[in-house]
Ligand binder design. Structure first.
Ligand SMILES: *[C@@H]1O[C@H](CO)[C@@H](O)[C@H](O)[C@H]1NC(C)=O
Ligand SMILES: *[C@@H]1O[C@H](CO)[C@@H](O)[C@H](O)[C@H]1NC(C)=O
Ligand SMILES: *[C@@H]1O[C@H](CO)[C@@H](O)[C@H](O)[C@H]1NC(C)=O
Ligand SMILES: *[C@@H]1O[C@H](CO)[C@@H](O)[C@H](O)[C@H]1NC(C)=O
Ligand SMILES: *[C@@H]1O[C@H](CO)[C@@H](O)[C@H](O)[C@H]1NC(C)=O
Ligand SMILES: *[C@@H]1O[C@H](CO)[C@@H](O)[C@H](O)[C@H]1NC(C)=O
Ligand SMILES: *[C@@H]1O[C@H](CO)[C@@H](O)[C@H](O)[C@H]1NC(C)=O
Ligand SMILES: *[C@@H]1O[C@H](CO)[C@@H](O)[C@H](O)[C@H]1NC(C)=O
Length: 781
């Protein structure tokens, strides 16, 4: 999303903005910490969606408590000195259940979503007015002295507008006029960024990673060519707990490979390199707001954009957008080297203070917080005493009902549960015992039981949730039972008319090998909404002592439709925890009664499509740099620290397919392994640049910073010379200066330290050779 200066928006600052779902993801105790990390990362604006389904769970009954306290969130951002972009929508998408719409909206007779439908428009207007009113009451709009500088109506409508025809055009116009009529006096926007739609994490897919060099390149190009307002999707995504993850088949982790990871830890070098970029852009700010850029071609795939002040002083961006060839360019009488697919930023049209391809910021080992095995505390639940409750397939309660048709699932469950039982009986009058069963479903997954025995499991995927199951089954003479448990994995959140996409079984055909075809779709079906365990409340703390739970030395392993319960001591510490569910199949987990979401580690992504080496150069798409092919999309599940007690905690799992609960572990971080690799010819630190004075630092710097609360306790590697390798596996080169004691002296016991890459400070092990300093350090309590 970007604004040209010609829009009525009068922003006299550079806005680099993060989209933060934290209102709904984290307890409010961690908001200030996340906002601080965003601010230190150079962001000006915090952005959040407003999820209608959580703020108005029942029509006319609003909810703004706890982690849904929107006013408190906006005030927390304000206290940190940042601004707010409020994406009211009410359509959000956001891989969130039903795109943020409450399910009750679907059941208003005659309603049609996101088009010129009076019923829909009046509900949407009511919610917009409610949120705007709430913000006005608290004086939170910028015109009232508050932090909200922008508001958003609708979201990504351009992607679907074609499907709604002329009514869609009229609706967009109405939405814009309606928003303006609410008199917020801050500009409204409609995010319609069709070209930036990226893949996120869903079950059964590999994980996309965008290299920071390419991300920085794209952002620098945006500001180079006149952009003023950049929006990260995501800067911090967090976790979609409970059944908030949208659908279908979206994983709970909304990590997004973002600069702040799912657990709230800083991801390096992404966070640090982008912070340097933000700082470099801000050094050009007074030029950027003065004029439109002047373009200058510097060669093939080489160009400059120059921003002038009336005084004729200037700032410049030099870009090499060739995806292969490095280049040297002459600009303003000086020679500059530009690596392929990079932008250099010159705040005075002379000195390069940042190049998008040269990453000098600190690095981490691994992609996620828990990859650093030496800095993780792990508690295995194998020795714990487990209890379990096994459900029988089929109807379990006296509130079942019958119908002669196959019913659509969402209309039947109203999304009060992921589950709907479809059961019927098959009468066989002849002795032939083999038959083919063909079941077709709109989605998202189903377990099939014949005579109470599991015979098949079928499922779709995020892009096509529909599936069919064909299975040779054995029947007995007389009365056979067929029980199908149809499962939803989040209500659809995206696409034209997504709100009326259905789920559940729509056709069942039995091919009797002796008598030919037999249609089962139109026989009498008995329905039961939800699982027995849900009805009993087995996920609740109050049921933990119930005698319904069976106990024994070893819990059943590989069992379907089983509930497990265990008491565990949380690993000590202040940080977040992770539950390692890689030994489980598919289901849901609760800690102390709070749902940590749906899990499905048994669903592996295809084994091809990943690449060990990822070339950041060239146009990015989400399939370019995938990881974890042939692996589950997610094995670790986030437990916020505020959800556990110092003493005993209750873990409840509902396993649908079969797994081994004794291999589950609970993890927390005890520290972090950090690295730095900086060379003599790397850029000087961008934060040492002072306008009119130049660089305060005369040499590049190696910087190490621990997460708040930890200090550098050991230096595990330090070499100045020609070291090589990646973070975690550095090795000495032929040129090696032993600088261990110098680094130890500067860093041990510190939260952060900085070392000049200069022979004056580090000595010179091999004169005339270009040298680098590589450091590996451990931060801990
Ligand atoms: C917005 O301002 C106009 C003109 O002052 C007024 O007529 C209208 O009622 C206001 N609307 C709201 C929702 O406050
Ligand atoms: C750029 O110039 C440097 C120094 O003259 C030279 O070493 C390098 O090979 C040149 N690079 C390219 C791509 O021409
Ligand atoms: C069945 O009926 C009894 C008695 O009316 C009631 O207490 C119970 O909650 C019902 N159970 C279910 C599963 O509907
Ligand atoms: C679901 O219910 C809605 C509203 O009652 C109705 O318009 C729609 O046709 C139903 N969908 C299906 C698939 O039965
Ligand atoms: C078949 O068995 C089911 C479940 O036990 C029962 O409800 C049904 O009435 C039986 N049908 C016949 C024809 O006996
Ligand atoms: C559980 O099932 C898996 C996969 O079918 C199998 O490899 C494993 O041996 C089974 N474990 C037990 C204890 O039955
Ligand atoms: C998760 O547990 C599995 C064993 O079930 C183990 O192989 C894996 O290394 C664990 N992952 C982490 C991050 O601890
Ligand atoms: C992996 O990278 C190589 C070299 O860049 C490339 O030729 C190949 O097509 C890539 N494979 C995939 C699956 O992206």
């Amino acid at each position: 999303m970007g604004f040209k200066k010609s829009t009525p928006l009068n922003l006299d600052f550079m806005a680099l903005l993060s989209l933060v779902l934290m209102v709904y993801c984290f307890e409010s105790v961690v908001w200030p910490e996340l906002i601080r990390k965003s601010k230190e990362g150079g962001l000006d604006v915090i952005e959040t969606y407003v999820f209608w389904n959580y703020h108005e769970p029942v029509r006319g009954q609003y909810y703004f408590e706890g982690r849904f306290d929107l006013v408190k969130f906006v005030k927390t951002v304000q206290e940190a000195g940042l601004l707010v972009h409020l994406r009211i929508g009410p359509y959000a998408c956001a891989e969130w259940n039903y795109g943020g719409f409450p399910l009750w909206l679907h059941f208003i007779p005659g309603i049609q979503f996101r088009t010129t439908n009076d019923l829909y428009k009046s509900e949407m207007l009511r919610f917009l007015a409610k949120i705007v009113g709430l913000m006005k009451e608290e004086n939170l709009f910028a015109s009232q002295g508050g932090p909200i500088i922008l508001a958003q109506v609708e979201n990504e409508y351009e992607l679907v507008e074609w499907a709604y025809g002329i009514a869609g055009d009229l609706y967009v116009k109405w939405a814009a006029e309606t928003a303006i009529s609410l008199n917020t006096s801050v500009p409204w926007v409609m995010c319609r960024q069709g070209d930036a739609f990226e893949k996120f994490k869903s079950f059964g897919y590999p994980i996309p990673h965008r290299p920071v060099e390419d991300l920085a390149f794209a952002i620098a190009r945006f500001f180079e060519t006149g952009g003023t307002f950049h929006n990260y999707y995501m800067y911090f995504g967090g976790t979609n707990f409970g059944r908030t993850a949208g659908g279908p088949l979206v994983a709970t982790s909304y990590d997004y490979d973002a600069p702040i990871d799912e657990y709230g830890f800083i991801r390096q070098p992404k966070w640090g390199h982008l912070r340097d970029l933000h700082l470099a852009i801000k050094h050009c700010e007074e030029y950027l707001v003065c004029s439109d850029p002047t373009h200058q071609q510097l060669g093939h795939n080489l160009e400059a954009h120059i921003y002038y002040k009336p005084s004729n002083e200037c700032a410049a961006f030099l870009a090499n957008y060739d995806s292969k060839l490095d280049a040297n360019v002459t600009f303003n009488g000086n020679l500059y080297s530009l690596p392929a697919w990079s932008v250099s930023i010159l705040p005075d049209c002379k000195n390069v203070i940042f190049n998008t391809a040269k990453v000098v910021s600190q690095r981490n080992i691994g992609d996620n917080s828990f990859a650093q095995t030496s800095a993780v505390n792990r508690i295995l639940l194998s020795a714990s005493s487990w209890s379990w409750y096994k459900e029988e397939p089929g109807v379990w309660g006296n509130n079942s009902f019958t119908d002669s048709r196959l019913l659509e699932q969402i209309n039947t469950t109203k999304d009060t549960s992921d589950y709907l039982w479809y059961t019927t009986s098959i009468i066989k009058s002849d002795p032939s015992d083999e038959a083919f069963l063909l079941i077709e479903s709109l989605g998202h997954a189903a377990l099939v039981f014949v005579n109470k025995k599991l015979v098949a499991f079928g499922y779709g995927n995020h892009d096509d949730p529909s599936f069919s199951i064909s299975k040779k089954i054995r029947l007995v003479e007389g009365n056979n039972t067929l029980d199908v448990l149809s499962m939803m994995i989040g209500v659809q959140n995206f696409g034209p008319w997504f709100d009326i996409q259905g789920a559940g079984i729509f056709s069942v055909v039995l091919f009797d090998l002796l008598n030919g075809k037999h249609h089962a779709s139109s026989v009498e079906w008995t329905y039961q909404v939800g699982l027995e365990g849900e009805y009993l409340g087995l996920d609740k703390v109050s049921l933990a002592k119930s005698s319904i739970w069976k106990t024994g030395s070893i819990p059943p392993i590989n069992a379907t439709l089983i509930w497990y319960k265990v008491s565990f001591l949380a690993p000590e510490g202040k940080g977040p925890l992770a539950l390692n569910l890689s030994s489980m199949g598919k289901g849901q987990a609760w800690v102390n009664g709070q749902s940590i979401g749906r899990y499905w580690p048994a669903y592996l992504s295809p084994s091809d499509g990943c690449n060990k080496t990822c070339d950041y150069r060239g146009t990015y798409d989400s399939t370019k740099c995938q990881k974890d092919c042939g692996q589950p999309a997610q094995t670790l599940y986030h437990i916020p620290r505020s959800w556990v007690n110092p003493g005993n905690n209750l873990l409840v799992l509902h396993e649908e397919l079969g797994g081994d609960p004794t291999k589950i572990s609970v993890l927390t971080r005890t520290g972090q392994e950090i690295c730095s690799f900086v060379s003599e010819n790397d850029p000087l630190p961008v934060d040492s640049w002072k306008p009119n004075l130049g660089f305060m630092s005369q040499s590049p710097q190696a910087r190490l910073t621990c997460e708040q609360g930890w200090r550098i306790t050991s230096i595990n590697f330090a070499s100045f010379g020609s070291p090589s390798g990646n973070c975690g596996e550095f090795t000495r080169g032929t040129c090696h200066g032993n600088v261990l004691s110098t680094v130890q002296k500067a860093c041990i016991g510190q939260e952060q330290c900085s070392i000049s890459i200069s022979t004056a400070y580090l000595g010179d092990p091999c004169p005339g050779v270009l040298k680098s300093l590589a450091i590996e350090a451990l931060c801990s309590d």
